[in-house]
Design a protein around this ligand. Sequence first.
Ligand code: HEM
Length: 470
Amino acid sequence: MPNALSRGLFNLFFGAKRKPFASLPGPQPGILGTAGDFLGASPWDVCARYGREYGGVTLIWMGPNPGLVLNDPALIAEVYESPRRMEFEKGNISEQIRPSTTDDTAFTAELRGDWVQKRALEPSAQPWAPEALADLVGPMQAAISEFVDALLKQERIDFAPALRRLTFDAFSVAQVGEKLPDQVFEDFMLLARAADARIQAKLPLKFVKPPKDFEAVKARFYGHFVDRIREARKRQDPGAVDLMSRYLRETPGIDDQVLAHMLGGTYFGGAFSSSVTLVGAFHQLNKYPGADARLAAEAASLVADGPLTFQKVESAKWAEAVAYEALRILPAVRVMTRTPPKDAQLAGVTLPAGSMIMISNQHLHRDPAHWPDPDTFKPERWLDGGTTRDPLGSGHFFPFGRGPRACVGADFAMVFLKTALTTIASRVKVQLDSTEPFEEGFFFGVVLPKGVTGKLVARTAQASLKAKVG
Ligand code: HEM
């Protein structure tokens, strides 16, 4: 808490500003407002603490500007789902990310601008989306399995970067039908790091310089997809199941540049969040060997008679429960922001235009009033009606956000997660060096697990070792 002098100065200069917000609880502001709480702490931990201490709505002060932290499902629904959602845009985050992405994605579009048109272009909005998704399971399984082969040769693995690259490869096979060269991955990472520097900047954005060759790298990254689209147009492979080929078959008039921007943009939306979810899942599976053994058994039965199919993945109820539980207990995206471009009423006060609204799932995903044994990884809570009690996007479970602007890649992400969990568990045991909670950083708006290291042990080798020992 700021000291008495700092609190006194805030009241002296901004006391009048506080009056209209007197009905709302929150920490005492000092001369910098309450922003000091966020220094040196994870923003999601601060939001969760506010939820525990102040309830569903907390008044914060970013310097002299008021803001809200929401931990109340009804208020969150008002901002995300009700017709009033049109009054709230994503705010700063769009400006921070935009230079690295393009304007041809729903990610940074304005709700009251061309968001509807951008969203309608996304693969998940196409009538062929379910069929396309089903066809991607086999190719993704093959790419993941190939990556497992490479990881098996490594004595020590740092799982966050390793699973990020595995995810990138599986996404590439889904997007364009094959893995992409290292150069494309490196270009993607440079663009992501540039966006991250803007997200984490302590200075105004105009002072944040892009890395050397930023524009050239960006042109090369998206240009790579344009080249592939042009080649695919010439080839016209009627049997190709990747999303690029499907767009070209179903919507041949689509502009090459727009399609390239969408394909390239997918990695920003999904590669970090999906791979971080896998890291969290394997961390918890190491801590709870019973859950791990059950995943391995389900996976073994699913691959026993041949490669994975969409039907098999859909029947993988334990893999689904593991994915849901990882998304509940260690959600990759824990803080989302909204900003009213004009003054807006919320929680009984008038929020001035430009105010920051922070929405976090951290507290609600572990709310003891809602979840029995909330801090324990228990995939079984999702069986026998669990997914109906707390469906994705409901009050206490929204790892993909809520309402019409929730994650556009959620269905794809769920199929990828189940395919990856099943493929990996069928082949290897992920053996971590420690099951102590890992340190959590922040990268590109997504949690970044640090120091999750270990190795892979082939299931067959392990079984034969056990037999030998026995
Ligand atoms: C486990 C994996 C994932 C998680 C946890 C996740 C989480 C989220 C969340 C919480 C939002 C809403 C943000 C907000 O309300 O401000 C979001 C939006 C979005 N996600 Fe995901 N996501 C995942 C995977 C993906 C994938 C695979 C893709 C692409 C195929 C993707 C593309 C997007 C896009 C484009 C948006 C913006 C949608 C819009 O503004 O209309 N995400 N995601």
